[in-house]
Ligand binder design. Structure first.
Ligand SMILES: Cc1cc2nc3c(=O)[nH]c(=O)nc-3n(C[C@H](O)[C@H](O)[C@H](O)COP(=O)(O)OP(=O)(O)OC[C@H]3O[C@@H](n4cnc5c(N)ncnc54)[C@H](O)[C@@H]3O)c2cc1C
Length: 258
């Protein structure tokens, strides 16, 4: 049964070969992963907002596993975007040592809750809010919106420490029609910077977020992703603005994941 095969594969570690790598910033790298048996268009390709688990095995057999959001849209080659935490175990390897042709293990795609899909059921308008590398699954959502020809209006509120830390800057520099990208740079700003220059707060959300009343009934209004503290404060701020908590989708990367 096809469904059984797909379900079985989700829980199975598969060998992936690292394809082309792209340095997004000094600390962030996108890795394309070539997985021979990756779910294809005919049998339940990955969905925007899902993640994979990555497993590394050292020469002495020690293993480490971490979750990484899928950076690519459904139908595009599987890619992850990883931010280096200098004192981390896995991210320094993926961002500094891993080379095209190296192999690692991948399991997935995983998750249904944070998924966005185009079509009449996708509602809108949508607010996407990202802290640091929390932008990765939101980029997949934006790419899926374009790929599917969706016209749902989207605002992406993207918080980074500095302009040099902005991931996908060139891609977001020319957003498709109907998409606005609003930056806040929390630690340093370029000369003449006219955007926000502080952490996301309630006043900023009140300026940027769509009025809750504009959204289609019963559909998600917001996707919020990043470090746990960022996600909790943005989600709480949106609820204060009248967003029903159940319509604010959140994904937490952990204490330092952004
Ligand atoms: C669903 C999901 C999706 C994710 N997607 C992405 C993504 O797209 N991109 C991305 O970059 N990250 C993503 N993450 C985060 C990612 O899974 C890793 O947590 C991140 O890369 C750090 O892993 P690491 O092994 O380098 O660091 P770790 O070794 O896990 O360390 C992380 C931090 O915790 C501290 N630490 C570790 N152990 C201890 C301890 N015992 N006591 C105190 N402090 C400790 C370290 O000093 C370090 O600062 C995602 C997480 C989740 C849950």
């Amino acid at each position: 049964m096809a469904g059984t095969a797909v379900r079985g594969r989700l829980n199975t570690w598969q060998t992936a070969t690292i394809g082309p790598v792209t340095d997004e910033t000094a600390r962030v790298r996108t890795l394309r992963l070539e997985v021979p048996d990756w779910p294809g268009p005919s049998d339940g390709q990955h969905r925007a907002g899902q993640h994979v688990d990555i497993r590394l095995t050292a020469d002495d057999g020690y293993q480490a596993e971490r979750a990484y959001s899928i950076a690519s849209a459904p139908g595009e080659p599987l890619a992850i975007t990883v931010e280096r935490l200098d004192d981390g175990e896995v991210s320094p390897y993926l961002t500094q040592e891993a080379r095209t042709g190296d192999q690692l293990e991948v399991r997935g795609p995983i998750g249904g809750y944070f998924v966005w899909e185009p079509g009449s059921g996708s509602g809108g308008p949508l607010l996407l809010a990202a802290g640091g590398s929390g932008v990765v699954p939101l980029r997949a959502i934006l790419r899926e919106r374009s790929r599917a020809g969706s016209s749902v209006p989207v605002r992406l509120l993207y918080s980074s420490r500095s302009w040099e830390d902005v991931i996908y800057a060139s891609e977001f520099g020319l957003p498709p029609g109907g998409v606005e990208v609003i930056y806040t740079l929390t630690r340093s700003q370029p000369r003449m910077w006219q955007g926000y220059a502080r952490r996301v707060d309630d006043a900023m959300l009140a300026e940027v977020a769509w009025p809750a009343a504009l959204a289609s009934p019963g559909q998600p209004l917001a996707y919020v992703c990043g470090p746990t503290s960022f996600v909790e404060s943005v989600a709480a701020g949106l609820v204060k603005l009248g967003y029903p908590a159940g319509r604010v989708k959140t994904a937490r990367f952990g204490a330092t994941g952004g």
